[in-house]
Ligand binder design. Structure first.
Ligand SMILES: CC(C)(COP(=O)(O)OP(=O)(O)OC[C@H]1O[C@@H](n2cnc3c(N)ncnc32)[C@H](O)[C@@H]1OP(=O)(O)O)[C@@H](O)C(=O)NCCC(=O)NCCS
Length: 339
C-alpha cells in the first residue's frame, strides 16, 4: 500500500472533482443534515482568498487514489502563531492511517511557518446526549489535541415558523430600543458604517466565550472588510445584513449577517451578531436578528432552514436564538493542538 501527500494543483479539475466528492461523502456520514457543499464556496480559497489567510491544500492518495485532504489556514495579520485546519478522509478509506499522514504533513507545514497551534473543529454529541459515532473527536484526541471550546449548532426551520413571530419580536425589540433604528444592506456595508463595522468585528472575539482557545481578537479595518467582501463576491455568497444605528450619533452599534451559498436558495448560515458593549441592554441583538430574518425572507422567498453555531457558554446569544425559534441539532468541539 502506498500513501502519499502532495499539494493540490488548482488547475487539476479531476482532482478538484475528487476532493469535492470526498467532502460530500464525508458530510453525508458525519453531518448528513447539512446542505450539499457549494462548489464555489468550497473552492473559494483558491481563486478568492480571504485577506490575512494563506491557505495550503494538500491531498492524500492511497495507491494513487485520492482518499483525503487537508486545508491549513495560516493566519498572517493576527493570530500569526495559529493555523486553523480542515482534515477530511473519505469514509471508504478510514482507519488506514490517511488522517494521521495528513495531520503529520499539516504539522510540518505549520512548523515551517513558525506556527505553534493547530485548531480544528469536529462533530460531537449534543451536551447531555452521549453515544453515536464521532470519529473526528477520537482522531483529534489521538493526535494529542485538547478539547478547547464546545459549540452547539442550532437550526431554524423557517417553514415551521409562525411568520408573525419575528414581526412580533421585532415590534417588541423596537419598544425596548427608542433612539435606535435598523439599517439594512445586502453585500457591501455602506461607506458611512464601514469603520464601525470593522470596529465591531474587531471586538467580536473579545466578547464571545472562547473557552481554552488561544485566539486573539482579529484586527479588522475598512480595507480588510472590503477584502472579505471581495472574496465573498468571488465565491458567490449572498449576504443580508441588518445593523442598529444609534440615532443621536449616527453610529452603527449593532450588526448581524445571514449568508446564502451560490448553490442554495433554501438554506442560510447565520454569521456574526454583535452589539457594542456601550449599547447593550436595549434589545438591539433581537432587533437586528428579527429584522434581518424578515429582510432576508423578503429577498429569498424559498429560504427554509438557517443554521448557526454558538459556544455553549454564550447564554445571551443562545437566548435570542431560542426566542427566534432556533433549536439545537448537533454538537461540535474546537480542538487545539499546541506544538
Ligand atoms: C477524523 C478522520 C479525519 C480520521 O481519518 P482516518 O484516516 O480514519 O484516521 P487514521 O486512520 O489516521 O486514524 C488515526 C487514529 O485516530 C483514532 N481514530 C480515528 N477514527 C476513529 C474512530 N472512528 N474511532 C476511534 N478512534 C478513531 C485512532 O486512534 C486511530 O489510530 P488507529 O487506527 O491506529 O487506532 C475522518 O474520520 C474524517 O474525515 N472525519 C470527518 C472530519 C473530521 O472530523 N475531521 C477531524 C477534524 S479535527
Amino acid at each position: 500500500m502506498s500513501l502519499t501527500v502532495t499539494p493540490l494543483d488548482s488547475a487539476d479539475t479531476p482532482m478538484l472533482d475528487a476532493v469535492h466528492r470526498i467532502a460530500s461523502a464525508a458530510q453525508a456520514v458525519d453531518e448528513p443534515d447539512l446542505p450539499p457543499i457549494c462548489r464555489r464556496r468550497f473552492e473559494g480559497p483558491l481563486g478568492h482568498p480571504m485577506p490575512g489567510i494563506d491557505t495550503r491544500w494538500v491531498v492524500a492518495r492511497l495507491d494513487g487514489v485520492p482518499a483525503g485532504w487537508l486545508r491549513l489556514y495560516l493566519h498572517t495579520i493576527d493570530n500569526t502563531e495559529n493555523a486553523s485546519v480542515e482534515l477530511v478522509v473519505d469514509p471508504a478509506y478510514r482507519r488506514r492511517g490517511v488522517g494521521r499522514a495528513l495531520h503529520a504533513h499539516g504539522v510540518r507545514l505549520l512548523r515551517e511557518h513558525g506556527g505553534k497551534r493547530l485548531v480544528g473543529s469536529a462533530a460531537a454529541p449534543l451536551p447531555g446526549e452521549e453515544g453515536g459515532a464521532f470519529p473526528g473527536a477520537a482522531f483529534a484526541a489521538a493526535t494529542g489535541a485538547k478539547p478547547a471550546l464546545a459549540d452547539v449548532r442550532r437550526r431554524l426551520d423557517v417553514a415551521a415558523l409562525d411568520r408573525s413571530r419575528p414581526v412580533a419580536l421585532l415590534a417588541d425589540a423596537q419598544v425596548g430600543a427608542p433612539g435606535y433604528r435598523a439599517a439594512h444592506w445586502r453585500d457591501h456595508v455602506p461607506g458611512e458604517y464601514a469603520a464601525d463595522a470593522a470596529r465591531l468585528e474587531s471586538r467580536l472575539l473579545l466578547d464571545a466565550p472562547m473557552g481554552e482557545l488561544e485566539w486573539e481578537p482579529e484586527k479588522m479595518d475598512v480595507e480588510r472588510i472590503r477584502g472579505v467582501e471581495r472574496a465573498l463576491d468571488g465565491r458567490g455568497v449572498r449576504r443580508y445584513n441588518t445593523g442598529a444605528v444609534h440615532e443621536a450619533s449616527g453610529r452603527l452599534v449593532g450588526w448581524t449577517q445571514l449568508t446564502l451559498d451560490a448553490s442554495s436558495t433554501e438554506h442560510a448560515w447565520q454569521q456574526i451578531t454583535i452589539v457594542d458593549p456601550g449599547h447593550r441592554g436595549h434589545r438591539l441583538g433581537l432587533l437586528c436578528k428579527a429584522g434581518n430574518l424578515g429582510y432576508a425572507l423578503g429577498h429569498e422567498p424559498a429560504l427554509r432552514l438557517v443554521d448557526t453555531w454558538n459556544a455553549t457558554a454564550n447564554a445571551h446569544m443562545i437566548a435570542i436564538n431560542e426566542q427566534l425559534g432556533f433549536r439545537p441539532v448537533a454538537g461540535s468541539v474546537d480542538w487545539q493542538l499546541t506544538l
